[in-house]
Design a protein around this ligand. Sequence first.
Ligand code: MN
Length: 171
Amino acid sequence: MKNYITIIAIAVGSLFLITACNSNTNKKEEKTQKEETMKNEKDELDAIFPKGQKGPAEFFTGNAHNFGFEIDSVFTTVAGNVYFEPGARSNWHSHASGQILIITDGVGYHQIEGQPIETIKKGDIVQCPPNVRHWHGASPEVGLQQIYVVPNIEKGVVDWQEAVTDEQYQK
Ligand code: MN
């Protein structure tokens, strides 16, 4: 009788595990299908904020547009949205207190000097440490919508440096 109960318990346990695995797989497939559908249907990027003003050629390659948020000075933080058109990117630069990027749509690149280029997309959070040379921008084919947050601006907001060359961008 004891053995019989053990066998039943194992059988039920296995059934549960199999069911659980199947349901996970189904969920994953559903998600992929949903993402693909969204991708196929999408011609333009979603914009949460106005496009803003075109970033100067002195600091950006291609068309990047900045919309700064109004944030009370008590926070010593600047934040805003940048829309990078395909192929657009910032110059190399650093932030004295670092920077947080929240990607809200599209596909882009982020690179910390000396490290490989990282592909970034909707839902990604990118943290750039203080005083580290880096750049960010859109991919060649798809634009990028990013929110930036630069804290502790009493130490400085941004130190702009040279442009990212086509060779560096295409790596
Ligand atoms: Mn930055």
